[in-house]
Ligand binder design. Structure first.
Ligand SMILES: [Zn+2]
Length: 155
């Protein structure tokens, strides 16, 4: 198992000289910088002076939907719920949920950590989610005739 890197262990600004460098005795560009209104730890990079929160660089960053709601939805998908019925039940758009799933695939390690640690999801459920994410994510590599966006219907 590789060690999980937490936000706050490195600068997420790709233009920064210290971008992605893990903090150590010699590498101390990241300092704690108060908390957000939602109570999330905020960090600041002394090299580029950017501030960022725990969620920077994760699927939750910059989304209006609360982290819990995204995780809860992903958990239900891992438990075999259909996107269309989830969207109806929760009042999200199908595309929004698909977007979360795609993002989850890109940040799989972090999502897995959160799901396993805080949401008591089982390993098998998680495998189901990733299988799902992979299927969805590979769609764009197989050329398909574009459906008109107005249809809104998913299989
Ligand atoms: Zn920086």
């Amino acid at each position: 198992m590789s060690e999980l890197v937490r936000p706050g262990d490195f600068c997420p600004n790709s233009e920064c000289d210290d971008y992605g460098k893990l903090q150590s005795e010699d590498q101390t560009n990241i300092i704690k910088f108060g908390k957000t209104k939602a109570g999330r730890q905020r960090h600041k990079c002394k090299t580029c002076n950017r501030t960022f929160v725990e969620t920077t660089g994760t699927i939750f960053y910059g989304r209006r939907t609360p982290e819990d709601e995204i995780i809860n939805t992903l958990t239900l998908i891992a438990e075999d719920s259909r996107i269309s019925s989830l969207a109806r039940a929760k009042g999200h758009k199908d595309e929004t949920i698909i977007d979360w799933i795609r993002a989850a695939g890109q940040h799989a390690e972090r999502v897995e950590e959160v799901l396993l640690a805080e949401h008591k999801i089982k390993r098998g459920q998680l495998d189901g989610l990733w299988a799902y994410v992979r299927n969805k994510g590979e769609k764009k590599t197989t050329p398909k005739p574009q459906r008109p966006a107005s249809s809104g219907a998913l299989p």
